[in-house]
Design a protein around this ligand. Sequence first.
Ligand code: FES
Ligand code: FES
Length: 158
Amino acid sequence: MEKELIKFMLNGEPVEVYNDPASSLLHLLREKFSLTGTKEGCGEGECGACTVLLDDLAVNSCLIPAGKVNGRSVETIEALSKDGGVDPIQEAFVEKGAVQCGFCTPGMVMSARALLKQNPDPDPEEIKMAISGNLCRCTGYKQIEAAILLAAGKINSK
Ligand code: FES
Ligand code: FES
């Protein structure tokens, strides 16, 4: 496939890159921008390990063709520590012991970020729904749900 110029906002900065528009956003982020915080699990939209924000909505980047982000805004897990600080969501995950196998954590954090951008005061059911596309086969979801609730409290008390 011929390469195309793709221009978009990446973690708040304008970027442009020549890339196959049909290859996945996940591969574009990891290979062209070295943003390896976004993980590849199943590669087919089932696990959520590759979750990023596209125009503030959580998406599976393995399913998004790179060409589809033209003119849009993409945010990856690296955006959370861009200024060297720790984001309240990351802080809450550490405090609640919600960083489990580590491979799934960036995706879980990004789903939490999308939720809290749209709904700063979610109830436990809304939190469950928001991470329902992020699979964990090691420990379960209790600590993750508690961390997202704590993160909401931290963000709202700022
Ligand atoms: S790698 Fe994208 S959903 Fe699993
Ligand atoms: S957090 Fe990755 S399998 Fe449980």
